[in-house]
Design a protein around this ligand. Structure first.
Ligand code: HEC
Length: 125
């Protein structure tokens, strides 16, 4: 009787552990945390406002989870953008100005100073 139960328990434990490993692996190596909002420079804080106005409806800033577009936490801490392009200002500016796939072009919604502030903010994520 005991002999019949133990393996079942063990295999349950094994499954539970295995799924934990899979979940942990799915999150990938954890990125350094974003800079807290309270510590943003004036430029970064201006960029946060631009983000709230033009990007937040489609992108999470505080997680990598997708909303309408990919979550942007750690955007510049990773080597590549979700599309596979290198994570640098040129490519991010291009996505913002000209759009990408389902993302609309937003270049006309902000001036150069706002774009610069937005990029500064994105670097804090
Ligand atoms: C209407 C929804 C929407 C809005 C608004 C939006 N995006 Fe996106 N964004 C998307 C989608 C969808 C994708 C995925 C595009 C694809 O590769 O197909 C994306 C992709 C991106 C990417 C990744 C590009 C790459 O090469 O992988 C970045 C960076 C990005 N958006 C930044 C922004 C920023 C910054 C703003 C605000 C200025 C913004 N987005 C506003 C929907 C949106």
């Amino acid at each position: 009787m005991i002999g019949g139960r133990l393996p079942r328990r063990l295999s349950f434990l094994f499954l539970a552990l295995a799924s934990l490993v899979v979940i942990a692996a799915g999150c990938g190596p954890s990125l350094p945390p974003s800079k807290p909002l309270s510590q943003l420079t004036p430029l970064e804080a201006q960029g946060y406002q631009v983000f709230a106005t033009h990007c937040a409806e489609c992108h999470n800033a505080s997680s990598e989870k997708s909303l309408h577009g990919p979550g942007l936490q750690g955007l510049y801490k990773k080597k590549f953008l979700p599309s596979g392009a290198p994570a640098n200002d040129d490519r991010v500016t291009d996505a913002i100005r000209n759009g990408r796939g389902l993302m609309p072009a937003l270049g006309h919604t902000m001036d150069d100073a706002e774009l610069k502030a937005l990029l500064a903010y994105l670097h804090t994520l």
